[in-house]
Design a protein around this ligand. Structure first.
Ligand code: ATP
Length: 663
């Protein structure tokens, strides 16, 4: 509440009620956020800004807040629409040159010195003498031009992009050029990830509601209201938020992360019906992918039995393919989404074509969760993931497809107008089997066995491996805890992979943050890489190991091609480096799946620092498995999981044999 009284947060700059939001206000807020390292302060500044946007928007104007939020997270649309920025350096240098009259070589020299093109653009603009003041930039203007740039394609698109950027830069004042250029690059670098934006958004909405209500709430009333909301959400979702005062935050995070993850619908709903009405208004909707439920790893069948003691559970084959969330809208159109909410309908036109055959007449609209697996249709044999990854990702034509795919459905989340997330799994499974039909080689239900004893599970596990699967998924079947938990890595879903049983443990998904130049045969590519895990609480990448094993020459070449455009001369501000010294840094974007022999404490790396000991944890003998292009950097393994793996391993070893000092 005190945030409104802060007088150092002057982000108003001539902003009138009902007028478009000045871009100067947003860029001022960004610069204040960038100037502090304190998370609370960052959120406070953003809350103040978003509150002003709400207060000064005309009645029924949802767009101002929507566009402001998109610019804060540097996106222009929901993930599944895929309108992306990420303009190359050379194009931006050209536009900066054209709008400021500076030569490209001078701009390049500045960039080398500063390591930040945004800063170079701002300094270039501010050192330029202008005769008259340009017309002030507004958020709608910037947003729509950024969209035009992201959407322009074709042979003349480069020139078109340069011309739009030049036009925008020409109108920039103060900090504006810095953030416009950074937005265009696809990285704002203010240390304010999406979670913090959500917190600020929820606080701004609650504060605006309080202001609008006739009764003025005291601090206690506000707290009580937050508590009341927490109760609603807990009773409906039974998710036990640890921070019960943060109801607004919990609510919005819940919807945006899970059931209806699109600002396009949540923000208008928030402004229209407020926090209270959000639950009714924002339900799972076919066409909007929800974040999938994930599983916890287990190392032994005994662990499964301990966890599910006296509860009914089911074991399903863990297919080795790609997650596919399949939606059918009321109008009969079909969409296939990836684990990361990307629209994969164009990658799988064959699945879209196959689908009508497996739908019963009573089925009008649905969302089901499935694994798409490569299959040999003549023998019916399942093929490993590597086979599936041979398929093209874009513009696939059905007639060109050589790798056939079958869907194995394991959950039903929506049927004929009704979300089913809160039904127990056995009921959802029943409905799935009732409303769909098996088409051999094209559509089937995940094979399952409601086993109970170690022997039964062991036999089913062996069978799954023989049939070409990775192991089993073990799921709670009929208690309260068996409802579908979008976006959660839940203890009610356990994965039991054959690899774990050999004592290796789960693989890790890590972000490539640095590279080491190759030697000998590897001189023209990177020979080794620095990896990091991602801490979603502190929103930072923590270094974990150097990896140089498991790559073929061909793979190294592919990695070089992918990573070269992401090179940075300095580590990005949100990388907690420790003692790692790679030759070059990368924009943290690419995720790899990695196996390790074991984990050790390390004086060099920063992963999970402070969770087990002051030192970080490192991987010993890490081995590259594959690229995870279905995961984004903030889906990478977190420090808690790493600490958990380390501690489990320490428990499994005889006393005094803890491994130390690995690289
Ligand atoms: P990984 O795929 O490496 O195990 P992940 O982080 O992608 O990890 P997890 O939750 O760990 O996801 O494992 C579940 C994944 O296994 C799902 O995302 C899905 O793609 C796949 N899968 C295969 N068969 C099933 C099944 N029967 N039920 C649920 N998920 C399944």
């Amino acid at each position: 509440v005190a945030l409104q009284k802060r007088d150092d947060v002057d982000i108003e700059g001539g902003w009138k009620v009902g007028a478009p939001v000045p871009y100067a206000a947003l860029s001022k807020a960004f610069s204040l956020i960038e100037a502090t390292t304190k998370r609370l302060e960052k959120t406070t500044i953003l809350t103040s800004f978003l509150l002003l946007v709400i207060q000064r928007s005309a009645k029924n104007d949802h767009t101002s807040l929507l566009q402001a939020v998109y610019l804060c997270i540097n996106r222009l649309s929901p993930d599944y629409v895929g309108v992306e920025l990420g303009i190359g350096e050379s194009l931006l240098i050209k536009a900066i040159g054209e709008s400021t009259g500076r030569s490209l070589s001078v701009i390049k020299a500045d960039l080398k010195k500063e390591g930040d093109l945004g800063l170079v653009a701002m300094n270039s603009k501010n050192s330029q003498k202008t005769l008259f003041k340009p017309k002030a930039l507004t958020i709608p203007f910037v947003f729509s031009h950024l969209r035009d740039i992201a959407l322009s394609s074709g042979h003349s698109s480069q020139a078109k992009k340069v011309s739009i950027i030049t036009k925008m830069l020409a109108a920039c004042q103060d900090f504006e050029a810095k953030y416009i250029v950074r937005s265009l690059e696809g990285k704002l670098r203010i240390g304010n990830a999406e979670r913090s934006v959500l917190v600020a958004l929820s606080q701004a909405v609650v504060l605006a509601e309080r202001e609008r209500s006739n009764k003025k709430w005291s601090q206690d009333q506000l707290a009580a209201r937050l508590e009341e909301g927490a109760y609603i959400i807990k009773s409906v979702y039974r998710q036990g938020f640890s921070c019960s005062r943060c109801i607004a935050r919990a609510l919005i995070i819940l919807w945006l992360n899970s059931e209806l993850p699109t600002y396009d619908l949540v923000i208008p709903a928030l402004l229209e019906v407020g926090i209270d009405g959000l639950r009714e208004k924002c339900k799972l909707t076919p066409g909007v992918p929800l974040k999938p439920m994930l599983a916890k790893p287990t190392k032994a069948i005994g662990e499964v039995l301990d966890r599910f003691e006296n509860k009914r559970f089911t074991c399903e084959y863990k297919y080795d393919g790609e997650r596919a969330q399949v939606h059918m809208l009321e109008d009969g159109s079909v969409k296939v989404f990836s684990r990361n909410s990307e629209d994969m309908s164009k990658k799988y036109p064959d699945l879209v074509d196959q689908l009508p055959k497996c739908i019963k007449e009573s089925t009008k609209s649905f969302v089901f969760d499935a694994e798409a697996v490569a299959i040999d249709r003549t023998t019916g044999k399942l093929m490993p993931f590597q086979e599936l990854s041979r398929r093209k990702r874009k513009d696939v034509k059905v007639e060109d497809i050589t790798v056939q795919v079958s869907l194995f459905a394991f959950d039903l989340l929506y049927l004929n107008g009704e979300p089913l997330l809160q039904l127990p799994l056995y009921k959802r499974r029943e409905l799935l089997r009732e409303h769909f039909t098996i088409v051999p080689g094209e559509f089937n239900f995940a094979k399952s066995s409601d086993s109970e004893t170690t022997e039964e599970i062991q036999t089913f596990l062996e069978e799954s491996v023989k049939d070409g699967c990775e192991g089993l998924m073990v799921k709670m079947l009929d208690t309260d805890a068996s409802f579908y938990e979008p976006s959660r890595r839940s203890v009610n879903w356990l994965k039991l992979k054959k690899d774990y049983l050999a004592g290796v443990g789960d693989s890790l998904d890590l972000v490539v943050v640095g590279g080491y130049y190759g030697k000998g045969k590897r001189t023209n590519v990177y020979g080794a890489f620095l990896l990091a895990c991602y801490d979603s609480d502190s929103e930072e990448f923590q270094t974990i190991c150097k990896i140089g094993t498991g790559f073929s020459e061909e793979v190294l070449q592919t990695h070089y091609d992918t990573l070269k455009p992401l090179e940075l001369t300095k580590p990005r501000g949100d990388i907690k480096v420790g003692g790692a010294k790679p030759d070059i840094w990368f924009e943290p974007k690419i995720v790899w799946e990695v196996l390790t022999a074991d984990l050790s404490l390390s004086p060099i790396y920063t992963a999970a620092q402070g969770l087990v000991e002051d030192r970080g944890i490192s991987l010993r003998f890490p081995r590259y498995l594959r690229i995870r292009d279905d995961k984004s950097a903030d889906d990478a393994t977190g420090p808690e999981q790493i600490a958990e793996m380390y501690e489990r391993q320490a428990l499994a070893q005889p006393k005094g044999k803890k491994k130390k000092g690995g690289d």
